[in-house]
Design a protein around this ligand. Structure first.
Ligand code: ZN
Length: 237
């Protein structure tokens, strides 16, 4: 059956599929409605003072989603008037500006709404408290570090999870690189619980390095029990 057959057999069904409950004449009106809302959105985003979406915090994303819904509906729902959408924009942006005013005034409000920068690595080891609290996926974190050319944690002085969700990494100079936990899969996967030869090992949970002489050992920092041999590779830029 072709589309033509369908339209001949059930013209009303095809009409409903293409036009919904609206009249044909609603289509040009949609152009006008969309143009108006497009301008409203542009003005709205200018008033928010945002240049891009890369640096949106979770709170701002919520605002954007709310505005998106308010902007889209009046474009094609005949029963939604333009003014009600404009009213939503005025309200949301006023609240947004008020909230950003509060976050600028008070550090506490800022942390409550925007979250705060989280320490991930300090002196070649995980900031283990952050890892517990933030519930970070180790795999994902290692992957990001590898993409930045890090092969073992002893190359990293500090690493932070920024508010934007991006990772910032500060490296040790080559001569200050220490032995640390390898994050290269072929080395990281060689985890042992019983140590046979005396050497420096890195805890797979927190990156702490310890010299271990025989038998099983418990990490002095996080009480982890799995180890891999610490490696001292320098970072390849
Ligand atoms: Zn540990």
């Amino acid at each position: 059956m072709t589309l033509g057959d369908i339209s001949q057999a059930q013209p009303s069904a095809l009409n409903k599929l293409l036009f919904g409950d609206q009249d044909h004449w609603f289509l040009p009106e949609i152009l006008l409605r969309t143009l108006v809302m497009y301008i409203v959105v542009l003005i709205g985003l200018r008033l928010m003072g945002k240049r891009g979406v890369r640096q949106l915090s979770v709170f701002e994303l919520v605002v954007i989603i709310g505005l998106g819904s308010a902007a889209g509906d009046p474009m094609f729902y005949q029963e939604v008037g333009l003014l009600s959408a404009v009213a939503v924009f005025v309200a949301v942006i006023t609240f947004y500006r008020f909230t950003t005013y509060l976050t600028a005034k008070s550090k506490k409000v800022e942390q409550l709404i925007e979250g705060k920068t989280v320490c991930l690595i300090e002196d070649g080891k995980f900031c283990i408290d952050s890892f517990k609290k933030e519930d970070l996926a180790q795999d994902e974190f290692f992957s990001e570090l590898r993409l930045k050319g890090v092969s073992q944690l002893g190359q990293v002085d500090r690493a932070y999870l920024e508010l934007s969700g991006e990772l910032s990494v500060f490296y040790f100079a080559d001569e200050a690189v220490k032995p640390g936990l390898s994050i290269l899969p072929h080395e990281f996967d060689k985890q042992v619980t019983t140590i046979v030869e005396t050497d420096v090992y890195a805890c797979t949970r927190c990156g702490n390095t310890q010299k271990i002489a025989g038998s099983a050992a418990v990490c002095a920092v996080c009480e982890g029990k799995k180890w891999v041999k610490a490696v001292a590779h320098k970072r390849v830029p």
